[in-house]
Design a protein around this ligand. Sequence first.
Ligand SMILES: Cc1cc2nc3c(=O)[nH]c(=O)nc-3n(C[C@H](O)[C@H](O)[C@H](O)COP(=O)(O)O)c2cc1C
Length: 281
Amino acid sequence: MQLGTLTLQNPICLAAAPWQLDGAGYERLGAIFTRTVTMEPKPGLYEEGIWQVNEQTLLNATNMRTESAEILVQEHLPHLLSYGVPVFVSITAPGIPGFRKIARFLAREVGSQIAGVEVYIAQPDTEKGAELNAKFVREATQAVRNELGPAAAIVVKLPPWPEHIRGLALGAQEGGATALAATNVLKALHLPDDATAEPLAGGLSGEALRPVALRCVWELAHDARIKLPIFGTGGVFTQSHVTDYLRCGATAVQVASGEWLEPGLSARLAAECSHLVPANL
Ligand SMILES: Cc1cc2nc3c(=O)[nH]c(=O)nc-3n(C[C@H](O)[C@H](O)[C@H](O)COP(=O)(O)O)c2cc1C
């Protein structure tokens, strides 16, 4: 997969990589995407905020903790870079100035070490109930592009909204994105068996997300206006899930839930799928 000037050696990428990634085979991955960092750390839940809804479906609590970009740079990035594959730092911010600030920090501190960033697009924090729209995506992407410069790869990760994803993707493209990732988690509610327990609000990932994410990839790949390569993200557990995404128009995939449920899965898939490069990409 060609991402600007960067060539990914394998279609399998690890998303939301655990900070303490450990084990063999990760050097075969196409790329490693970090967990999302923010400029200021955000308190909240960590691993204890991830519930297994069923065998291969997870729910991430809404109030997940995020580390600061500074901690990422000082404590976690050197380890992730040690695998020798391109590393993308996932970033988010409540508004455009926040995206500019964190991108400026990363460009200054580690711009020459990372392959680029993944822009996690979330609801703008305007306190006015503003909806996420293409203008916000374009401006956020543009702000990051301006700070990181033309050589960095910028992957914009979009929400799992098949009806709206093409408009948001066009915003990313106009803002200077290098690639798209489809998709992020789907807002959902899980009711624990205990009828007295509070419903759990969070983001759904894994098996249950895959058909929605496949549809999103398909929508993007079948819009002639959208020229960017696409990472298929959602419920990848097997090689046949990888080929499903490629059939729908993705050029690579990201694995998050699969790795969380079975550490080492992304490395194993990368070994199994190395023949998919470069013929099918
Ligand atoms: C344990 C866990 C942590 C995650 N953390 C992040 C994160 O920090 N930033 C992000 O953009 N997505 C995060 N995600 C979402 C994934 O990157 C991915 O978009 C989504 O889970 C769908 O892929 P999957 O079905 O393979 O998990 C996380 C997902 C999981 C399961």
